[in-house]
Design a binder for this molecule. Structure first.
Ligand code: GLN
Length: 537
């Protein structure tokens, strides 16, 4: 029988509930338990695939092809596990399946109601994950903040589950403790209010995890303890840290893992966070620096959203750099700066350049200029998804002499669609069938021996995660190949280009898939390692 820990947020969003959930999971996993984590998002979108990254941050993709919230990525990175479709749900997806069941007469004539039928569906999904993963602990993060209308049904789910299995369910409230500059003191009142609101929803938090710039001191803990009705040892301080990967160690220091086991009455198992400690040690004691420039376009809404839009790419760069004992220094470069071939010399300061994924026409020409510059000036380059498509277009234009080479995405009327839609995608788009219909999830890729891709992976058969509609047009493969572009990875089932690279270049590689989605702190991705290795040189 599994134990369940719900994690909800108080005071405001964006305080790191996802990382907190992942870190609780890490602490329990390090104690020898089988842990899985789920995320519930309160919006109506059935998945995260139809949202602009500026709205919602990066869309993460699982092996089984679900487009989901970036927190699933956090769980995968901390727990070093591949999660599935079942680990994620939205209000939209829950309602959709309840309504479908109703239409199929599965409720046998009963009146179907928001309560309890929606919470029951959520509980059924939680149980399904437990069954499939055989987890000792299932962590369930509820998106949003207590007190808002949107996630009430999910708090209701937690309440009902706790009622049904009081010994198996805990609730952790992740709350924010501001330190207003005029006061200079950490304030607990907003957290007290959040705990009260949770009480109103029928839930008493078992833990309060206080996020703040600084550590929580004793008087603060005492206050929260008295006003929120918790033992002092159940109030955990979660101050800002240099690297998010330190947070499990912070929690462990404060005995969170032990307390969870105590509350559940679960026997202790062996404990080992050693590999994690070693990682933190490496992060904090770099032997040098590696400068990576990332050319993107989701810059318009400020730094916060920018980092959110490319979170897996950033993490993948860090993981790879740390594995070489290097400190990564990432610089964001707006593609519009290079559109007319200006400012390119500034790229010389970087040890490596990444062109990440993206959608739409804006920013394309600047990225192509950057790729051309990296190719001609021997700057290590890694292209991700759109990055591969643009590198192919650049090569077609500037090496093969197909001056008007482009992608159907940018110019549907183009004469030389080096990047094009497959027949089945054309059908989907004709019918406005956009949701969940890209080439998604893990696909086989066969790697040619003797290539740099082979050198990076050390094997011929790999699986990588995709999220795109367009592909290299096979009609142009011959001319590209004759001119020196190497197709080093191919999906054999559908005969699709998966990896391209160049020979006489320190590192020029691009993948149609998103390698960043499979990078983990303790097992960095081979292609990112390849880039950093070349960048180091
Ligand atoms: N827009 C491109 C496509 O749909 C690339 C997508 C991406 O980079 N994820 O094929």
């Amino acid at each position: 029988m599994a134990k369940y820990i719900f994690v909800g947020g108080g005071v405001m969003s964006s305080v790191g509930k996802g990382i907190t959930t992942a870190s609780i999971g890490k602490v329990l996993e390090a104690k020898g338990f089988n842990v899985t984590a789920m995320k519930i998002d309160p919006y109506i979108n059935v998945d995260a695939g139809t949202m602009n990254p500026i709205e919602h941050g990066e869309t993460f993709v699982t092996d089984d092809g679900l487009e989901c919230d970036q927190d699933i990525g956090n769980y995968e990175r901390f727990l070093n596990q591949d999660l599935s479709k079942d680990n994620y749900m939205t209000t939209g997806s829950v309602y959709l399946s309840v309504i479908q069941k109703e239409r199929n007469l599965e409720f046998q004539g009963k009146c179907v109601e928001v309560v309890p039928d929606i919470p029951n569906e959520v509980i059924a999904r939680i149980k399904r994950v437990e069954e499939k993963t055989n987890a000792d602990f299932v962590l369930i993060e509820i998106g949003g903040t207590v007190g808002e209308y949107q996630n009430m049904l999910f708090l209701e789910t937690a309440r009902i589950m706790k009622l049904q299995e009081p010994k198996n369910v805990l609730f952790a409230l992740v709350s924010y403790l501001p330190i207003p500059s005029v006061v200079g003191e950490m304030k607990t009142k907003p957290t007290q209010t959040a705990a009260r609101m949770l009480n109103e929803a029928g839930i008493q938090p078992d833990f309060i995890i206080g996020r703040s710039n600084k550590s929580m001191d004793e008087p603060r803990k005492r206050k929260i303890s008295i006003f929120c009705n918790l033992m002092q040892e159940d109030i955990i301080s979660s101050p800002d840290v240099e690297s998010i990967y330190e947070i499990p160690l912070e929690f462990e220091k404060q005995g969170l893992g032990e307390r969870i086991l105590e509350k559940f009455g679960t026997e202790k198992k062996s404990q080992d966070l050693n590999d994690w400690r070693e990682l933190i040690n490496r992060i904090k004691n770099p032997q040098g620096e590696v400068k990576i420039g990332i050319i993107g376009k989701y810059f318009e809404t400020g730094d916060f959203n920018l980092l959110d839009s490319y979170i897996s790419v950033i993490e993948a760069v860090k993981h790879a750099a740390w594995s070489f004992n290097l400190k990564p220094e990432i610089t964001w470069l707006s593609s519009s700066k290079y559109e007319h071939g200006e400012n390119l010399e500034e790229l010389n300061q970087f040890h490596g350049i990444i062109v990440p994924g993206g959608f739409g026409t804006r920013g394309i020409e600047g990225k192509i200029k950057v790729i051309e510059y990296a190719r001609k000036n021997n700057i290590p380059f890694l292209g991700l998804c759109l990055g591969l498509q643009l590198a192919t277009i650049e090569y077609a234009r500037n090496v093969c002499g197909i001056k008007d080479a482009t992608s159907r995405e940018f110019d549907p009327q183009g004469n030389n669609l080096v990047i094009d839609l497959m027949e089945e995608q054309r059908e989907l788009l004709k019918n406005n069938n956009y949701g969940g219909t890209m080439r998604l999830g893990a696909w086989d890729c066969n790697i040619k021996e003797g290539t740099k891709a082979y050198e990076a992976y050390g094997k011929t058969d790999i699986k990588e995660r995709h999220r795109h509609r367009y592909e290299v047009n096979n009609d142009y493969r011959k001319v590209l190949e004759e001119n020196g572009l190497i197709f080093s990875g191919i999906n054999k089932d559908k005969n699709l280009v998966e990896i391209i690279e160049l020979k006489n270049h320190p590192f020029f590689m691009a993948s149609q898939f998103h390698p960043e989605l499979k990078s983990r702190p303790l097992s960095p991705h081979p292609l990112f390692k390849g880039l950093i290795k070349a960048a180091k040189k």
